[in-house]
Design a binder for this molecule. Structure first.
Ligand SMILES: [Zn+2]
Length: 317
């Protein structure tokens, strides 16, 4: 009751409304020993119970329109997922439906139907490695033993930051080299298929664009950035037979992952709104093409609630 009141005090209705938008990525069927903090069905179910008792959760496309018109209810929120993991349909959607909640799924269209994001190739290569150690001296990461969960986890946490900031082609080469060195068989079903994406929509959920290959837009030539954004929208609209009006910037940090020119691009392409990963909440003065999002992470009800209250208490841009 206390958390709900605090949220209500910071998130009024109409002209004074503030919209909280939550981001999730994966919901695993059971905890992953390599990533003990990753969201699983038990945690997600618990979090959705809290969120549904504290907030008025709206479909994001509806919330965006009502924010602009000054018609949001008190304690307004929307739920989003990024990237397009198959577990979003298999495990998250049944939980969302049980709680009567809507979510919008931002899909990197190039990974549908058997694709894999580069970081997952690293993770799954190390997880399923058939070698006892990985020589990544060429990456400045040394020779890493790969026996047991602790060593594998340490290797992943060294490899990903070392590879993350390489320019596109160098990153692809580095990922391919790690994959080849590990000799693992990799899963081809991490991301949604086209059929599963249609099922998400059929389950009443929303779909937004998230580029084709999830590049850092700020590092691309303008025409390439434009093509990534437009092609993902066209592909999703083609698959779903429905207009796609929402966009999420890959990685999403303003000024680092995307720049003002990309905001202008998205606006001029006729999208209704776009979301970043800058923390905070949005109000009527916020740029609808840079709506803020937040991921709470605490385990307990009070801490989780306090985190959401603190996020709402931060000033709108
Ligand atoms: Zn993403």
């Amino acid at each position: 009751m206390l958390i709900r009141s605090a949220i209500g005090a910071l998130s009024g209705s109409g002209e004074h409304a503030r919209l909280s938008i939550f981001i999730f990525h994966r919901v695993l069927p059971q905890p992953d020993p390599l990533f003990p903090a990753e969201m699983d069905t038990v945690r997600f179910d618990r979090a959705m119970g809290w969120i549904s008792s504290w907030f008025n959760v709206l479909p994001l496309h509806e919330a965006v329109g009502r924010l602009a018109r000054g018609e949001l209810p008190r304690r307004a929120a929307a739920i989003t997922f990024d990237d397009g993991y198959a577990d979003n349909l298999l495990y998250a959607t049944p939980i969302l439906r049980r709680h009567g909640l809507h979510a919008t799924f931002f899909i990197a269209s190039g990974y549908l139907d058997g694709g894999r994001m580069w970081n997952d190739t690293i993770i799954e290569s190390v997880r399923n490695a058939t070698v006892a150690e990985l020589d990544a001296e060429w990456l400045g990461a040394g020779v890493m033993p790969l026996q047991g969960t602790g060593q594998k986890s340490a290797a992943i946490h060294r490899l990903i930051p070392a590879i993350k900031h390489l320019p596109g082609p160098a990153r692809a080469d580095a990922v391919a080299r790690v994959e080849a060195s590990c000799g693992a068989t990799l899963p081809g079903d991490l991301m949604l298929t086209s059929g599963q994406l249609r099922e998400l929509l059929g389950a009443g959920m929303g779909v937004g664009a998230h580029t084709v290959s999830h590049p850092i837009l700020a590092r691309l030539a303008s025409e390439d950035a434009r093509r990534e954004i437009a092609t993902s929208r066209d592909a999703l609209e083609g698959l779903l037979g429905e207009r796609v009006g929402l966009f999420a910037y890959p990685n999403g940090k303003p000024g680092a992952d995307y720049l003002p020119e990309h905001v202008d691009m998205v606006r001029s392409m006729g999208f209704d709104a776009a979301v970043s990963t800058a923390w905070g909440a949005s109000d009527r003065t916020s740029d609808p093409f840079q709506l803020r999002r937040f991921t709470p992470w605490d385990e307990g009800r009070w801490r989780y609630g306090a985190r959401l209250v603190r996020n709402l208490a931060s000033p709108s841009p």
